[in-house]
Design a binder for this molecule. Structure first.
Ligand code: ZN
Length: 259
């Protein structure tokens, strides 16, 4: 990935998306939120003030030189629902629920929030369409990225083999120990392939969100896949990690727009 720094802000971009999309996975640096959300928090309803989040948002949009009013973000619910939008979200209105958001409108900036779940960015260069996916274990095992590719085929006539995908920082297989609920769900979703994503060590099982999402993307016909392989729980100076910080943390942002 490519690390960008603008003032105190830092965001990471995918090499193969760089020429096509204004995009990035923001770190937690450079915002105004106090501990334990320090500092560039975008999570609402976790204790941080609305004013802090609005100021954090203003800083990011100023840094990327796009109007805040271009934002389209959603209420993320760990599902596979998709919204294709042709207009930004009215900032006075409540978010619609969706874990997959997409557009072909150059004026729109797609935006989501993360703290261990996997951000997946998709771009179709043939139809100039973008899509962002929020996939934790539930979304991953429910096939959110496949639903995203199917939605792009239907909504934009995208051909999967032309889509460029980036799998961003999330909790990695080194840190993501899982229990029976995830193990059983993985076996139902992946059958005999589940072993590839459930690594046995230290007397337990560790789930590999990156490999699972890459597998699903390849199944959907996507060939150009860049993986960051960055674990959020390994570097708490940069990322928020719900697991490593026992739920007392913020949410970092990810943005995506057509260049
Ligand atoms: Zn780690």
């Amino acid at each position: 990935m490519i690390i960008h720094q603008v003032d105190q802000l830092e965001f990471w971009s995918f090499e193969q998306l760089e020429e096509h999309c204004v995009h990035g996975i923001l770190t937690r640096k450079g915002g105004v939120s106090p501990s334990p959300w320090d500092s560039l928090n975008f999570g609402g309803n976790i204790g941080d003030s609305r004013q802090n989040i609005i100021e954090n948002r203003r800083r990011v949009f100023s840094a990327i030189n796009r109007p805040v009013e271009s934002i389209f973000d959603s209420w993320q619910v760990h599902g596979t629902g998709m919204i294709i939008t042709d207009k930004p979200r009215n900032l006075d209105e409540i978010h619609q629920k969706a874990d997959i958001i997409a557009t072909r409108d150059r004026k729109i900036t797609l935006f989501m929030r993360f703290a261990d779940c996997t951000p997946i960015l998709l771009f179709d260069p043939e139809h100039a369409a973008i899509c962002m996916v929020h996939a934790g274990w539930r979304g991953t095992l429910a096939g959110a990225v496949k639903a995203a590719v199917a939605g792009m085929r239907e909504g934009f006539s995208s051909r999967p083999e032309k889509i460029i995908a980036g799998i961003g920082p999330s909790i990695g297989p080194d840190h993501y120990r899982v229990g029976n609920e995830v193990i059983q769900a993985a076996e139902i979703s992946f059958g005999s392939s589940a072993d590839e994503f459930l690594l046995q060590k230290n007397g337990g099982y560790y789930f590999d969100l990156w490999a699972a999402n890459e597998f699903l993307l390849r199944q959907a016909g996507v060939e150009f896949i860049e993986r960051s392989n960055i674990c959020t729980a390994c570097d708490l100076t940069r990322w928020y990690s719900h697991r490593a910080e026992n739920g007392k943390t913020g949410r970092f942002g990810a943005f995506l727009a057509i260049r």
